[in-house]
Design a protein around this ligand. Structure first.
Ligand SMILES: C[S@@+](CC[C@H](N)C(=O)[O-])C[C@H]1O[C@@H](n2cnc3c(N)ncnc32)[C@H](O)[C@@H]1O
Length: 356
């Protein structure tokens, strides 16, 4: 996924810091502002049970597939429609179904009529989020997935696998600098390529993980945790704005859209963590309600809450301190969302050991 501020390059720092604080070896790792699999998968690979959560539905879809799906997918009810599935090799099924969907006939529907250049050419707001071909391909695949889900030909696991594959594949050919806040005026090279429905990886394992799609402040009142990792938004830009098209494709709800970027109404997914006025109270409520042994927070000194605020809030639950590391910014952040002047930042991992 295109992403401007991923924790990918900080995973070892996060793990080593956690290891210095947490005495238990066999803890559950709760990644409660998860976005995609970047952080939780690292901990899952170290044999921890994982709990993941995010407010965005498209994020839930990705995590529902990557965390939950853990056994082979057979697509047995699609055999009549896709005779290629009559092979014995289960490892090829995912590819065969994706290949079939990738080659469906043209369907000009929601994505095509709202986010491709051809359809919006000459209108007040011309848009070029996708090439024309990729826009109708996305429509054809998305609607077929729903059709097959509705007529019971695919089960939930197959559904989330296909949807996850589509979201990731569409993101690769999106004509944006990184997020969907704006599109580029000319089709960039990767956006000129034809959409290929690449099967999402399937991680076969013993299943024992949980995924939620809730506001964290609500979720935290009803759940118990060991080690909680928090990586909240860090500025005023809502994730629901940044990824509005992925959310629309994931939900396939053909929403009313408006504005220059033709965005869905995101008011229900407005995060308090993106508001300078509200973030401190939201974080304070979260920390006071959390039922966990340890809480770790990635947050640095340029973001909405001050280090003093964080210290004040976290130390109420007992032993507070932090780790820090110099970190070079991502290139895309420079190109598009240039809010910060320095090329590096000191990344902080704050923590509190919660009093028993
Ligand atoms: C900084 S990102 C997480 C990035 C991730 N750790 C990584 O490295 O890729 C923050 C995430 O928090 C989610 N989020 C924002 N407000 C939320 C809330 N109130 N409850 C749950 N998730 C929220 C956003 O949708 C976004 O995916």
């Amino acid at each position: 996924m295109n992403y401007i501020w991923s924790k990918l390059s900080l995973l070892e720092f996060i793990e080593q810091s956690i290891n210095q604080v947490v005495s238990e070896k066999d803890y559950t790792f709760s990644d409660l502002f998860a976005w995609t699999w970047i952080v939780w998968r690292y901990f899952k690979k170290k044999w921890h049970k994982v709990i993941a959560n995010d407010l965005q539905y498209y994020s839930y879809v990705l995590n529902r597939h990557y965390i939950w799906n853990h056994t082979d997918l057979y697509f047995s009810n699609l055999v009549e429609e896709i005779p290629g599935l009559l092979t014995w090799d289960v490892n090829t099924y995912k590819e065969i179904v994706c290949n079939y969907l990738e080659n469906l006939p043209e369907k000009k529907w929601f994505v095509y009529t709202n986010y491709s250049f051809w359809w919006t050419k000459g209108t007040e707001f011309e848009r070029m989020y996708f090439s024309d071909e990729n826009a109708w391909k996305c429509d054809a695949i998305r609607d077929k997935i729903d059709e097959r889900k509705k007529d019971g030909k695919i089960n939930d696991d197959e559904y989330y696998f296909l949807l996850c594959s589509l979201l990731e594949s569409v993101d690769k050919v999106a004509n944006t600098a990184s997020v969907y806040w704006a599109f580029l005026k000319k089709l960039k090279k990767s956006a000129q390529k034809s959409l290929e429905l690449t099967p999402a990886d399937l991680m076969l394992n013993e299943q024992d993980h949980i995924i939620y799609n809730e506001d964290i402040n609500t979720l935290i009142k009803n759940t118990k945790h060991d080690v909680v990792y928090l990586d909240p938004p860090y500025n005023h830009r809502q994730y629901s704005w940044n990824y509005h098209i992925l959310e629309t494709i994931a939900k396939n709800d053909k929403p009313k859209i408006k504005g220059k970027t033709w965005m869905r109404d995101c008011s229900e997914q407005k995060s308090l963590y993106c508001s300078r006025d509200k973030v401190k109270k939201a974080y304070s409520d979260l920390i006071s309600n959390i039922d966990a042994k340890y809480v770790f927070l990635s947050y640095n000194d340029e973001w909405l809450m001050s280090l003093e605020d964080i210290k004040e809030i976290m130390s109420q639950r007992w032993e507070y301190w932090y780790f820090t590391k110099k970190y070079n910014r991502f290139k895309a952040d420079k190109d598009e969302n240039r809010e910060y002047k320095k090329d590096y930042v000191y990344e902080y991992l704050h923590y509190v050991k919660i009093e028993k």
